[in-house]
Design a protein around this ligand. Structure first.
Ligand SMILES: *Cc1c(COP(=O)(O)O)cnc(C)c1O
Length: 399
């Protein structure tokens, strides 16, 4: 996944163009900036790459989610359905708006189970947020049908799946809104950054305003602009956007390299009895940032993970226990440990998560082991890795 592996002369040259003028802000200073608009440049080219009409670049993936929810009108007391396996940004962005994250089970896709989504809908539900974890997608057709039937917003968190597609469309472009992160460990990076994409003109206009204190961006005098709505500051700086411009040019190469490495490792282990792979919905193409396998039991998965790590396989994850991406790892959420008072209803709903039954999610997460795909592996490293992985799996599964 990591674009930081290929930081080089292109990135430096782009950043230097900004440093030469000293205009680090994306708006204004027309006289000084010599026509350099890095954020704008990135937005145009990213929208084109994703096949959508609009892109709003912001300061992080987390702020992208908050902006997307805000423009979709999600706020106080509204419910947003998210999966139990996700990054903390999902519930952070929802809580920021006074809305309620409703966590529901995942299935063999490692993302939202459409049946669990259906079951969780109430009159307060406003939005369904599939999170395309580890490079592959939820069953978007099923989720879209549910959203259409109940008049809900479909917001795709594609932060970990940039470049993946579903029925020919870029992940993130299928729903009403899609979000991306360009933090330092994502497929392409801005250092810090994020983006919201949409084909909805009103959402795009509101995103532009909301991420910059509600500025309408009309005219050439920033101080004289009006503010149709309240906003925040989720702006990206020109320096970060410049890094992104260079990385965007590398995106196709990065994805091709990921796919090559993924396929090499996958074919090495595919016939080992007891190894199955994460389900990719029909019509879906992964971005190959992770290789995800299932073992027959949770005990075996834990054992495989430990043995992989011990034999020197780095970037191998057992999300079920050893990480921060699953409901069991979020006591700060279920205990509602907020620095400031929360609405009582929000606090109550978070507390309830502590005793909710997520055994269906456990069934998949417990048996999952996840391997990050790196770009820098040479042929020899790749072969060595495949051999190690095969040996560990065969040893444990033949017992
Ligand atoms: C990284 C990530 C985010 C948040 O991105 P930041 O830019 O780090 O705020 C959101 N969702 C998912 C699934 C992520 O992996």
């Amino acid at each position: 996944m990591p674009g930081f592996e290929v930081f080089g002369d292109h990135e430096r040259a782009q950043v230097n163009e900004v440093l030469e003028t000293g205009v680090l802000m994306r708006y204004g200073f027309e006289g000084m900036r010599q026509g350099r608009f890095k954020a704008l440049e990135f937005e145009k080219s990213f929208a084109q790459k994703m096949g959508v009409a609009h892109c709003q670049l912001v300061s992080s993936g987390t702020s992208a989610l908050s902006v997307a929810l805000a423009v979709a009108g999600v706020g106080a007391g509204d419910e947003v359905i998210v999966p139990t396996f996700t990054f903390v940004a999902s519930f952070e962005s929802i809580l920021m708006l006074g809305a309620i994250p409703v966590l529901v089970d995942i299935d063999a896709t490692l993302t939202l189970d459409p049946k669990a989504v259906s079951d969780a809908i109430t009159p307060k539900t406003k939005c369904v947020m599939p999170v395309h974890m580890c490079g592959s997608m939820a069953d978007l057709d099923a989720l879209k049908a549910i959203c259409d039937a109940h008049d809900l917003i479909l917001l795709e968190d594609a932060c970990q799946a940039i470049g993946g597609t579903y029925r020919g469309k870029a992940l993130g472009s299928y729903g009403d809104l899609g979000c991306f992160s360009f933090d330092f460990v994502k497929t392409i990076t801005c250092g810090e950054g994020g983006a919201v994409i949409t084909n909805n003109k009103t959402f795009a206009l509101h995103a532009d305003q909301f991420q910059d204190h509600g500025h309408d961006h009309v005219g050439s005098d920033r101080g004289a602009e009006t503010h149709p709505y309240l906003g925040y500051n989720f702006r990206i700086s020109e320096l970060n956007a410049a890094v992104g411009c260079a990385q965007l040019e590398r995106m196709n190469d990065i994805l091709a390299q990921q796919q090559k490495h993924y396929q090499f490792l996958r074919s090495a282990i595919k016939d080992i009895e007891g190894v199955t792979f994460r389900h990719v919905p029909e019509g879906g193409v992964e971005n190959y940032s992770f290789l995800n396998i299932f073992l027959p039991t949770a005990a075996l998965a834990e054992q495989v993970h430990a043995a992989m790590t011990q034999s020197g396989i780095d970037a191998c994850f057992y999300w079920f226990k050893n990480n921060w991406h699953y409901i069991s790892g979020w006591p700060h959420l279920t205990q509602a440990k907020s620095l400031y008072p929360m609405m009582p209803i929000v606090q109550e709903r978070l507390n309830k998560l502590a005793t909710q039954d997520f055994s269906r999610s456990d069934h998949y997460m417990g048996r999952n082991v996840s391997f990050l795909i790196k770009l820098g592996w040479d042929e020899e490293t790749l072969k060595h890795r495949a051999a190690l992985m095969t040996r560990v799996l065969e040893q444990i599964l033949s017992n």
